[in-house]
Design a protein around this ligand. Structure first.
Ligand code: ASP
Length: 351
């Protein structure tokens, strides 16, 4: 009897002790990426690695500052993407890859998890920051997706900053195109990695947002459009589920509908848990690795079809996650709990 009483007391203590109280979920969180691919530490100099890490931290800091001050997830996503678009290290804005014809044609998209409003552009060539044009499409047009000349005309009506072709063009990307043509290589073989940029965020009001920006794939032809500007493939945000931004072999991401697929599965699990537990499900959602498992399962589908790449996501509980089926992904994440990480190599979330 005495043993039973002691055990009961211990169980009660364990349940009520502040030592065992669950830490509150982060108030805000953010994740960013600068592309995934065959990334090998032995093929990167210390200086190159430091330059990538500094660029990622700089973008992460820009997004963190917005969120820490109580700004919106949408503003944080834009703040994180802008420096990456301006940085020639990444395949977005300045430093974008070349089309077969030797042009830089840019794609971008953005989505607000509050109401699932979205904006996207494809094939623009003079807009300095395509993510800002995608945002204007969302806020100031009756449409979701604009292309080429029409998108540029809309940009000029919205007085967005333009830049000449030389701003986007870099020697390194031109050399990739020339090597591809000379050796009849595929875009994957010539670059070995993707350099698309993206960001996802949860703000202090519990809102989610996602954005993605890219030059696409080296040597793209015939007006090819990848996943990055396609809402549901490269970008998706829904306050009921998650915010996702992708990078990788766009054709496969479109076929799987990666970003929307991850959010749909997460939404289903959340709805089931809420139903089963009568509303007492928040702890379960915070504790369980369900979102990581879902992202990994969808990325496995991409791989099974023959594609590669990765995603970043945040959940309403503030989990900031990555999943990729390549040897590395330029990435970073931070939360109000003090997590701050940038990484390039390694499997999944951990390095
Ligand atoms: N997903 C992009 C595309 O297919 C490429 C990338 O991620 O770098 O256009």
């Amino acid at each position: 009897m005495k043993t039973i009483i002691l055990a009961a007391a211990a169980a009660l203590f364990a349940f009520t002790s502040p030592l065992h109280a669950k830490a509150p979920a982060p108030e805000w969180s953010i994740a960013i990426h600068g592309g995934a691919g065959t990334l090998d530490p032995d093929r990167m100099t210390t200086e190159q690695r430091a330059a990538y890490e500094a660029a990622l931290q700089n973008a992460l800091d820009a997004g963190k500052a917005v969120l820490a001050e109580g700004g919106s997830a949408m503003d944080a996503v834009k703040a994180a993407i802008l420096p990456l678009e301006d940085d020639p290290l990444f395949n977005a804005g300045r430093g974008a890859v070349f089309t077969w014809e030797g042009r830089n044609e840019l794609d971008a998209s953005i989505m607000d998890g509050r109401d699932r409003s979205a904006g996207a552009v494809t094939g623009v060539t003079t807009i300095k920051n395509p993510i800002l044009l995608a945002e204007k499409v969302r806020t100031d047009s009756p449409h979701v997706f604009l292309m080429g000349e029409g998108a540029e005309q809309f940009a000029s009506e919205q007085q967005l900053e333009t830049a000449p072709p030389e701003w986007f063009a870099t020697e390194r990307r031109l050399e990739s195109l020339e090597r591809m043509k000379a050796n009849a290589l595929s875009a994957i073989d010539v670059d070995l990695k993707f350099g698309t940029v993206g960001a996802v965020a949860l703000d202090q009001d519990g809102n989610l947002a996602a954005g993605t920006s890219t030059g696409g794939m080296t040597g793209k032809r015939w007006g090819r459009i990848g996943d990055a500007p396609v809402i549901g493939a490269g970008t998706y945000a829904d306050n009921r589920a998650c915010a996702v931004s992708a990078t990788g072999w766009g054709e496969y991401f479109i076929r799987v509908g990666v970003a929307a697929e991850i959010c749909s599965r997460i939404r289903m699990v959340r709805a089931q848990q809420a139903f089963k537990s009568g509303g007492e499900h928040r702890e379960w959602l915070e504790r369980e690795g369900y979102a990581q498992g879902i992202a990994d399962a969808v990325m496995k589908e991409v791989k099974d079809l023959g594609g590669d790449g990765g995603v970043i996501l945040v959940t309403p509980e503030g989990q900031a996650l990555y999943s990729f089926n390549t040897t590395g992904m330029y990435r970073g994440r931070a939360t109000s709990d003090g997590l701050n990480e940038v990484a390039i190599f390694g499997e999944g979330a951990a390095e």
